[in-house]
Design a binder for this molecule. Structure first.
Ligand SMILES: [Fe+2]
Ligand SMILES: [Fe+2]
Length: 445
């Protein structure tokens, strides 16, 4: 590929603060939210001004979930920020996603959660006309997917899988044909192509293959379509996770998926991507200081703390409610999980737990594990107290796992749950999820 570089920011979830983001209902809502909502406009401004400072890169790409939940006022304000960034000399390309349209827009005023005006899918093209659509060589009108030449002889295929013209989180046959047509044209014109899509193309961590919308639903088919037609890498978001993965199609063509975290929630990163010939360089940066009170913590700890709160409350929420015997067991489970240490749980399950984590509260252990997985470069491999404890649990429950695995297998792809889980908590890929130099040698055009 000809040399070029760009910044990748995703899942900005911009919320216009004057709509209302305070009060009791808001505080309750934030108990379970991963990212900062009231501060999202400050976060976007801080990140955009940092990016504007770098005169060596003239392109910024944002693959969806631009607004919090499709509030039209959030879009209007976000577009103003995009124009400011453009005025600093950047070309900006976006696609929209599921959080950018529909009737689910809410704000928080006083003790109330109130409905606010949403955004119809049909007006997104006009709203973001200057950020991709007017530069496009072709637009698929029903999904608002497009292709644009963003550097000499380099085209970006923007695949929109959250639209009213295609099943959510999927590339259907019609969209697949439209993509194939654009890739054939690029080949004829001697252009290289990379792609963006809101949904991860490849499950970010192996266990996400079991989670419906954690990746494109027909990801193997779509990955093969792209790889076999010359697309060498794709930039994605949606799961708010830092991951880099490679997939090789049956015909032997490689595609790399670089999934980036939410800008305003732990791990709170954005990326700089540089391509030169066969070399793809990925650099990750922390979301910059946006002037908030971090209560004595570092900014990264402040982000992690919000994520920790949401994981904890989601676990406890899953153990609440219900009726009769179910509610009784949930209550006991909640009590045990809130108080027990990892060592205590180990004793209950007859599993050896290594000293460094014995006294750690199980809930803290679970939160740390969740946060680590989303940061990428998962550190809990063989030989670590955490990795070994989880491996022992999986071994202890092998008889249950063996019964579950056939039920999880789909489309003739068998599932090794133990392997999936162990590779989810440790990075055995041979490259980092955050800063990596990869080879783009999978091209067979
Ligand atoms: Fe998102
Ligand atoms: Fe999303």
């Amino acid at each position: 590929m000809n040399p070029f570089s760009f910044y990748l920011v995703t899942d900005t979830h911009y919320f216009e603060p004057s709509l209302g983001a305070s009060g009791k209902a808001f505080e309750e809502y934030m108990q379970r939210e991963q990212y900062f909502m009231a501060e999202s406009s400050d976060i976007v401004r801080a990140a955009f001004s940092k990016i504007a400072e770098d005169e060596s890169v003239d392109t910024v790409i944002i693959p969806g979930d631009l607004s919090k939940n499709g509030e039209i006022e959030s879009h209007k304000s976000f577009v103003k920020e995009l124009y400011k960034l453009r005025d600093s000399g950047k070309k900006i390309f976006v696609i929209t996603a599921g959080h950018d349209y529909g009737e689910k827009s809410r704000a928080f005023v006083g003790d109330e959660r109130i409905e606010v005006e949403g955004t119809p899918f049909g007006i997104l093209r006009e709203m973001y006309a200057d950020f991709g659509y007017s530069q496009a060589l072709a637009v698929d009108e029903s999904t608002l997917s497009y292709i644009a030449e963003i550097a000499p002889k380099v085209r970006m295929l923007a695949i929109n899988c959250d639209s009213e013209g295609n099943p959510k989180g999927e590339v259907d046959d019609r969209l697949g044909e439209w993509i194939k047509g654009r890739l054939d044209e690029a080949k004829k014109d001697g252009c290289s192509v990379f792609a963006i899509c809101h949904y991860p193309l490849i499950p970010s961590v192996p266990v996400f293959d079991l989670v419906g919308d954690a990746k494109l639903r027909n990801w193997r088919k779509t990955a093969s379509l792209l790889a076999d037609n010359g697309v060498e890498f794709i930039m994605t978001g949606h799961m708010h996770i830092q991951s880099i993965n490679e997939y090789v199609s049956e015909r032997g063509n490689k595609i790399i998926d670089i999934c980036t975290s939410c800008l305003g929630g732990s791990p709170a990163k954005y990326r700089k991507i540089s391509v030169d010939g066969d070399k793809l360089s990925v650099e990750s940066f922390d979301t910059p200081d946006f002037g908030c009170d971090t209560k004595g913590m570092s900014l990264q700890e402040h982000f992690d703390n919000q994520f920790r709160l949401s994981i904890r409350n989601r676990i406890l929420g899953a153990l609440s409610g219900g009726k009769g015997v179910g509610a009784f067991f949930k209550k006991i489970g909640k009590k045990i999980l809130s108080d027990i240490t990892v060592g205590g749980l180990g004793r209950l399950l007859w599993i050896k737990v290594d000293k460094p984590i014995k006294k750690k509260k199980f809930m803290d252990f679970a939160c740390d594990l969740g946060i680590a997985v989303f940061k990428g470069d998962m550190p809990y491999g063989k030989g670590t107290p955490e990795g070994d404890a989880i491996a022992r649990v999986l071994k202890r429950f092998r008889f249950v796992i063996k019964k579950i695995e056939p039920k999880l297998s789909k489309n003739g792809v068998s599932v090794d749950l133990t392997d999936m889980l162990l590779n989810t908590i440790s990075n055995n890929k041979g490259f980092s999820d955050n800063n990596a130099v990869l080879s783009l040698n999978g091209k067979q055009r």
